[in-house]
Design a protein. Structure first.
Length: 80
């Protein structure tokens, strides 16, 4: 599927590489920021597919991101 995307910044977290995995992890770090993409209007089926891909360690968490002049509460996940 194709989703609408928007550049976003997440404050207070840091991206880390995970050995043996195709994707990074994001963990809390008060002094760091993560730049990424916000995907909008993701349907329930796509969220289930994402959770399956991420594996048992995947724990979606509500966080606040900044997209230009807008602050939004979103589920935290990595998609690249």
């Amino acid at each position: 599927k194709v989703f609408e995307t928007k550049s976003a910044v997440l404050y207070g977290f840091k991206r880390h590489r995970i050995n043996g995995c195709d994707y990074p992890a994001i963990i809390a770090n008060k002094e760091a920021i993560v730049e990424g993409l916000l995907l909008r209007n993701i349907d329930e089926r796509s969220m289930k597919i994402l959770a399956f891909f991420e594996g048992n360690e995947y724990r979606p968490e509500m966080v606040e991101v900044e997209t230009g002049n807008e602050r939004l509460e979103v589920f935290l996940t990595e998609i690249y």
